[in-house]
Design a protein around this ligand. Sequence first.
Ligand SMILES: [Zn+2]
Length: 377
Amino acid sequence: MAWKVIEGNSFGYDIMKQRYLNQCCQVNSVAPSTVWIGLREEIGELVSNSFSYIGDGTSTLFWLDDWLGYLLVDKCGVPFFMRDSLTQTVADYFFEGVWHFTQTFVNSFPQIVCDILLLPIGGKDARFWKPSLQGKVSSVLAFAHHGHKFPRVSWGSWIWEPFIPVRRSLVCWRLLHDRMPNYDRLIRHGLVAPNWCPICKRDAETAEHIFWNCVCVQQAWAIFLTWFDFSQGLQELDIHSFLVAAWNRQLSSQISMLWKAGIINMIWAIWTERNSCIFDSKKFSSKHILQHVKVAFLENDMNFKHLGTMKNAWTDYVVLRNIGVKGRVAPPPEFISVSWWPPITPWMKVNTDGSALGVPGEIASGGVFRDHWGWVR
Ligand SMILES: [Zn+2]
């Protein structure tokens, strides 16, 4: 969206460009809009990583756009107080196929004139983003451009799974980034809201409270964790340390899928139930939360059968029985018959093998020599 604002190639984006950006595509106004604050951070980054291509020159500013790979106002040392008045486009200096410069400009900046004369011109004016071969910003390229700026987190791949609906993962993602619109956060951002938990109506509604510490919510968590035989006490943990402990559990593939989906569905169901308390005046019920989660278990298991099997052990059976899901038994191990024949005397037989940890990577190999009795030599 920030790119479309810079390009200004439609009526709406053109209005935003004229309203919020000056002629150098720099922000000249702060609008009271949360959307605009997000865009504003991106505009400078996009402008500094893009360049203008000259077509007919009608929408490229001669002095203020970087169509030469540098700004002419900087190269020519134009004082800052004069820059806003330099509104001439490239087309003002290039018409009927010929450049029109004053003699003073040519004498003062011969190198710049050479750069301009060597520039190919034709078609329409356009802006190209340097990191892209096509010159356009796509979501994938924008992510790759920004991705390295953010620390890698262990739960990144944990919450985004094909068997979990994205909108539910998103609630978990927002919680982990302290972006849930709970009352405490709304008050911190200057909004008028009641400063109490709509579930227990006692404590302040922080994210930690609503998703973990609230007495009513803890009842639901206690039952959920019993289902999965999670032994650590609720009082010893906060929501973040619980999630880290949850991610590090070693489980069979079927139980792991249900465990992940269950936690994210719990967080989502708590939030849904909390909203029902506020907007539908319903009474909070931990039973409703657990029902939501159990229904989600069945949906998960039905739609993603191919994703895992249980460990053929009593512990997995108990978990599956607790949550009402049928176990998918792991196939029995396959035995492959392997035989070795000794060489005839006086020959030795050598058997070798090797492996590599990636390409390039560490490699190792080994071998064993045996005689006709099978003894190692
Ligand atoms: Zn509460």
